[in-house]
Ligand binder design. Structure first.
Ligand code: ADP
Ligand code: MG
Length: 467
């Protein structure tokens, strides 16, 4: 039950109210509570003038509203307005008004809320949205927010300029839909790593444009949580030109190597050809029986075939990232380069301590690295010297050592080898080590050099083992 106290002093309650209350008779203020005085900085003795406290932009609208309240006896809804305080400063307020009737006369009872803070927040919010829009529309990188199942939650507007899709086309789709089939494994591996470490990871893969072309994008990813949900924020940029020129450089370096290797291979093919020719002549003359020598002929032909296949396989590769056995890669390289080594009477000793040793990468590129290192070792060696290749694993890494006992690299050259076009050879290109360093660093590995002049050099390739 509600008990009304007749003795309540309503005028005091209204006067102490924490919203502003005005009673207006047409355009004259006939009552203002304490809050209004304080809000506008006037003292209680001052006379409040409606014209003076109202910002000129709102005068017409106020006139109309007062007319509706006083003449039509209507209640008017909240309206944001600006009042002017005693010092002439604007104050944001929200104003409601309703008719108040006393002794048959209608007044407007006006309620005022101070919304300065709200306005300030709104302004800051609008500013930050505009700032964000300015940044996201003008950066050339594409920012994507992805949930752990691969769903794209957000993509920056810059995606349109780069890939041709509108933001709405992509949002909600799965990231894998846009990745080149051969590169999905790269993304999968990066995701696996992110799940464990929550740190950034740099990956490079081909992304499908709207016109079905692919662009090479390099992305940095970072894990964060949103509403207890793991999310990945990805910053991607177009590196197609860079990748294409690196590919071109790799290709031309490889062509130069193939040119040199083929001299050795041709020399190597000559031996089995001579023996085949000899056997054929003997068979023709009836000196030996064909069926006794068929196996020898076959194996000589197979040897020629394998050399030709190896050279061709190296020259015309399919570039793709996959898991490979490092032992097999080096087997093939040693087979190919042995012809060149033998022509100089250099013996290549190849001793893997383990087999298989799986690494993740591009087989043809890795072959190119080892061809370069072993070829350099052979070129640095004197006749009858040895080149030793070793492979072992340690703490999740594969180590391949290519060791020679040749001329060595003077200290002052150690920093220079690996720079483009640095060569000390008459017919050198000075590209081999540079391309090799680049390839290995793309495979998250590194090449270390240890050399003593006149004693020899060891190149060590260190690479992560594929899980
Ligand atoms: P190129 O073999 O065409 O000269 P590389 O980039 O393969 O180009 O090698 C650059 C230089 O590094 C060589 O010219 C040589 O001076 C030095 N170098 C590389 N490997 C060896 C090595 N095993 N022993 C001595 N010097 C080497
Ligand atoms: Mg070289």
């Amino acid at each position: 039950m509600v008990t009304y106290m007749n003795s309540l002093d309503y005028s005091q309650i209204i006067n102490n109210s924490t919203t502003g209350i005005l009673v207006v008779d047409n355009r004259e203020i006939i009552y203002a509570n304490k809050y209004v005085y304080e809000l506008l900085g006037y003292s209680y003795k001052d006379l409040l003038d409606f014209e003076q406290i109202l910002h000129s932009d709102y005068k017409e609208a106020c006139k109309q509203r007062l007319k509706r309240v006083i003449e039509d006896k209507e209640k008017v809804e909240a309206m944001e307005q600006v009042f002017i305080d005693k010092n002439g400063f604007p104050i944001d307020v929200e104003v409601f008004a309703s008719p108040y009737v006393q002794d048959g006369k209608v007044y407007a009872q006006v309620h005022i809320h101070n919304i300065t803070k709200r306005k300030l927040y709104e302004k800051e919010y609008v500013q930050s949205v505009e700032q964000y829009k300015l940044i996201s529309e003008n950066i050339s990188d594409v920012i994507t927010e992805i949930s752990f199942d691969g769903t794209i939650q957000y993509v920056s507007p810059s995606v349109e300029g780069l890939l041709g899709y509108g933001e709405d086309e992509i949002r909600g789709k799965n990231i894998y839909e846009y990745i080149h089939p051969d590169d999905k494994i790269v993304l999968l591996n990066a995701y696996k790593k992110l799940k464990k470490s929550v740190t950034t990871s740099n990956i490079c893969c081909r992304v499908k444009c709207k016109d079905e072309d692919y662009l090479w994008m390099e992305s940095k990813a970072k894990v964060f949580t949103r509403n207890n949900d793991f999310r990945v924020i990805v910053d991607s940029r177009n590196v197609t030109d860079q990748i294409e020129s690196e590919k071109l450089l790799r290709q031309s370096e490889k062509l130069a190597v193939i040119g040199e290797l083929s001299a050795g291979v041709v020399h190597e093919i000559k031996n089995p050809l001579t023996s085949i020719k000899g056997f054929l002549q003997l068979m023709q003359a009836g000196t030996i029986k064909t069926k006794d020598y068929i196996n020898i002929l076959n194996s000589e032909i197979e040897r020629i075939e394998q050399l030709a296949n190896d050279l061709l396989g190296f020259a015309k590769p399919k570039e793709e990232m996959n898991s490979h056995n490092m032992v097999q890669i080096i087997d093939e390289v040693v087979f190919l380069i042995n012809s060149t080594a033998r022509s100089k009477n250099i013996q290549i000793t190849w001793r893997p301590k383990e087999d298989p040793v799986r690494v993740f990468g591009d087989k043809s590129q890795l072959k190119q690295v080892f061809i370069n290192l072993i070829k350099n070792a052979v070129e640095a060696s004197e006749t009858h010297q040895r080149v030793v290749i070793e492979l072992h694993t340690e703490e999740g890494k594969a180590f391949v050592k290519v060791r020679d006992f040749g001329c060595g690299i003077p200290k002052e050259y150690l920093d220079k080898v690996g720079e483009s076009f640095f060569t000390t050879k008459k017919k050198g290109t000075g590209l081999g080590l540079m391309v090799s360093h680049k390839i290995i660093s793309n495979h998250e590995g590194e090449i270390l050099i240890d050399s003593i002049v006149n004693e020899g050099t060891t190149f060590m390739v260190k690479m992560p083992i594929a899980r």
